[in-house]
Design a protein around this ligand. Structure first.
Ligand code: UT7
Length: 363
């Protein structure tokens, strides 16, 4: 495969996107491993899940709470964290939109009182937040936009088969968001080098087979589980380690940073063993690795901003210190970015109420 990744590297004295607000929105319902196992009658146990993934519990959205409801909460929180500026564009990274049509972002913008601004969904599965952050950074560096609200929100409990032991214990629901504004490279919150890539040759490793134009919803199918999310875990594992390591290395080289100068390594929270493997290969010490997979599981696009928004992480990283973010997801897609740790107090909000939201079955 020939790779020509998008890289955004600039000398240290130029304009870039700077994170000035950080928000989180988690559904309040905490679900432990035993509850997931009992619900699906899964042939597994708490010890296997903890040892093979690092996950002890996760959050599940209640019936009727959608990706958009979490996105509104996280977006509102990020705006409050930044002092309530009015963004000029809203990007929503999600693989679980409220509806196949239209995109979820315009409704989220409307509920945040942002009618009129461009608002669109970005689909890069678990790499979605970093793809969206890269697009926001490109808009700001081009001078097209001064302030962008980047939200990542996913409710995988709406697409995962609760009877599937390979996915049901892994995924949780949540949303994270950042407000980025025009600033200078090198200041706290500044986005540095970015690396994005994809390999559609692996599209079948993470997929929902039915429900799109390839197999429309109204057509009968031979696969009774064809509308559920599925992942070929072992193959994905190997690809994730390979691509995250290489992409993160590309971002580090773009920034001119040695791995041992990174003070906060934040990888997509897919599996603790994947994260450890990538950090080991990059040469980043355990003391500088941060995550919350044990508490939240894999929240897909939301997983990196939910670490950025974690107060326990903020207590241990100083504004301006060097951070390395890296993600991998369906598509296949991968993305990495260097970041100077933001000088912003994270804010957390509950999911927004949406009276007209259609309820979903969540027995
Ligand atoms: O967010 C997008 C990116 N996602 C990822 O990066 C996730 C990547 N994959 C993974 O995290 C891991 O591959 C899993 C957690 C899904 C599985 O762990 P593993 O270390 O890759 O498992 P393994 O290769 O050691 O063993 C696989 C076996 C299979 O059984 P067979 O075919 O060997 O008989 C699975 O059916 O483990 C089985 N398995 C389970 N066994 C008990 C899968 N899930 C479970 C489970 N309990 N929950």
């Amino acid at each position: 495969m020939t790779e020509t990744p998008l890289t955004l590297t600039r000398p240290a004295d130029t304009t870039t996107a700077v994170i000035t607000g950080i928000g989180a929105c988690l559904p309040p319902r905490v679900v432990d491993n035993d509850t997931v196992i009992a619900r699906g009658g899964l042939r597994t146990d708490d010890t296997w899940i903890r040892e093979r993934t690092g996950i002890a519990r996760r959050r599940h959205a209640d019936a009727g709470t959608s990706t958009g409801d979490l996105a509104v909460g996280a977006g509102r929180a990020a705006l409050a964290s930044a002092g309530d500026p009015r963004p000029e564009t809203l990007l929503l990274a999600t693989g679980t939109p409220d509806h196949p049509c239209p995109a979820t972002a315009p409704a989220v913008a409307h509920r945040l009182g942002l009618d009129g601004i461009p608002a669109f969904d970005l689909s890069a599965v678990c790499s979605g937040f970093l793809y969206a952050l890269a697009m926001a950074t490109a808009l700001i560096r081009a001078g097209s936009c001064g302030t962008v609200l980047v939200i990542a929100s996913d409710t995988y409990t709406t697409i995962v088969n609760p009877l599937d032991r390979e996915t049901a214990p892994i995924f949780g629901d949540g949303a994270g968001a950042v407000l980025v504004t025009t600033g200078q490279a090198g200041e706290p919150g500044a986005v540095g080098a970015v690396d994005l890539g994809s390999d559609g040759g692996g599209a079948d490793l993470i997929t929902i087979p039915y429900g799109g134009s390839r197999h429309p919803r109204h057509l009968p199918g031979t696969d009774p589980d064809g509308h559920f999310f599925r992942m070929r875990g072992r193959a994905v594992y190997a690809q994730a380690v390979r691509h995250m390591t290489r992409s993160a290395g590309t971002a580090l080289r773009g920034a001119g940073w040695a791995p041992d100068t990174v003070r906060a390594f934040v990888g997509h929270q897919a599996n603790q063993r994947i994260l450890d493997s990538v950090a080991d290969r990059l040469g980043i010490e355990p003391a500088h690795r941060f995550g919350n997979i044990g508490e939240l599981g894999n929240t897909a696009a939301a997983s990196i901003p939910l670490v950025l928004a974690d107060p326990a992480v903020h207590a241990r990283v100083k504004p301006g210190e060097r951070a390395l973010l890296t993600a991998f997801g369906g598509g296949l897609t991968w993305a990495s970015a260097t970041l100077h740790w933001p000088d912003a107090e994270p804010v957390s909000e509950r999911p927004a109420d949406h009276p007209s939201a259609s309820s979903r079955s969540d027995s």
